[in-house]
Design a protein around this ligand. Structure first.
Ligand code: CP
Length: 313
């Protein structure tokens, strides 16, 4: 039984396999039907979402299954009953569990008791499905003729809150793909040291590298992709004014993008706040691939589900 709770739950070879399957499913959307029956997949949502519920619901349907969307405000997982009891109930009726929730410990407990594959659809610490989609997007636009196989050696710069879930997932997922991952962030918002250490360990195997810097110039110079994210993530108690003061020097604008490689792509997991973390001319400009990125959530997650459902023993 395999789960996808954080980016490094897939080895480099496994991540490549999932991304290559995602590319195939994008070209032939109904090629895989492992949920035919239909078998249900529970999609539990404790936080706001558009893209995640849409892409998982469409994806499960296209795989022949039934997406059971559960509003976390109704289910109150961990309040009405324990996460473990919820997991045992779900595991008797669904083929897989997808969960957007708060602390990583909750989804770890779900995985320990569900008896079916569990997928992290965002926690406070990680957003690994988003990074799978970002890697597919990067492969399409900067992988060259090799596509996914062209990812190793590419450079991805991330600007903004280095302590949020996207930064952590870029570090782990990017290193797994053999990317040079550079995080540009204020020192007081650096990624968690154990995540940086784990990313460095993975990068040593894949030929990638990891840089965490407070210098925008150092982060972005020559990069193949420049990513950013909202200054205040869901559940982050930082006041908007405080975040603006902290992260304004890391705003992705045309001057910053010009530091990247010619033809570099702009990534943002969305929703975006034009004028805050990214200027409108960049987000809506010719180098932006954010709507390919949003679409690729669908293809990447379908591939992940097919892969997990094929490894049930
Ligand atoms: N990028 C992302 O996860 O979007 P939603 O929050 O809308 O699901």
């Amino acid at each position: 039984m395999r789960h996808f709770l954080r980016d490094d739950d897939l080895s480099p070879d496994e991540q490549r396999e999932v991304l290559e399957l995602a590319a195939r499913l994008k070209a032939d959307r109904y090629a895989e039907r492992p949920l035919a029956g239909p078998r249900a997949v529970a999609i539990l949502l404790d936080k706001p979402t558009l893209r995640t519920q849409l892409s998982f619901a469409v994806g499960v349907s296209e795989l022949g299954g039934y997406p059971m969307l559960v509003d976390g405000r109704l289910a109150q997982i961990g309040v009405r009953e324990t996460v473990a009891d919820t997991a045992r109930v779900l595991g008797r009726q669904v083929a897989a569990v997808v969960w957007r929730t708060f602390d990583q410990s909750r989804i770890e407990e779900m995985a320990a008791h569900a008896g079916v594959p569990v997928v992290n659809a965002l926690t406070d610490q990680f957003h690994p499905c988003q990074v799978l989609a970002d890697l597919l997007t990067l492969a399409e636009h900067r992988g060259g003729p090799a596509g996914v196989a062209g990812l190793p050696g590419r450079t991805l710069a991330y600007l903004g809150d280095g302590a949020n879930n996207m930064a952590h997932s870029y570090l782990l997922g990017g290193a797994t793909a053999g990317l040079h991952v550079r995080v540009g962030t204020p020192a007081e918002r650096s990624p968690r040291p154990e995540i940086v250490a784990r990313a460095e360990e993975i990068a040593a195997l894949t030929g990638g590298s990891v840089v965490v810097t407070s210098s925008v110039q150092e982060a972005v110079a020559g990069a193949d992709a420049v990513a950013t994210d909202t200054w205040v993530s869901m559940g982050d108690a930082t006041a908007a004014e405080e975040a603006a003061a902290l992260f304004a020097p890391y705003r992705l604008d045309a001057r910053v993008l010009a530091l990247a490689a010619p033809g570099a792509v702009v990534l943002h997991c969305l929703p975006a706040y034009r004028g805050n973390e990214v200027t409108a001319d960049v987000l809506d400009g010719p180098q932006s691939v954010v709507f390919d990125e949003a679409e690729n959530r669908l293809h990447a997650q379908k591939a992940l589900l097919v892969w997990l459902l094929g490894r049930l023993s």
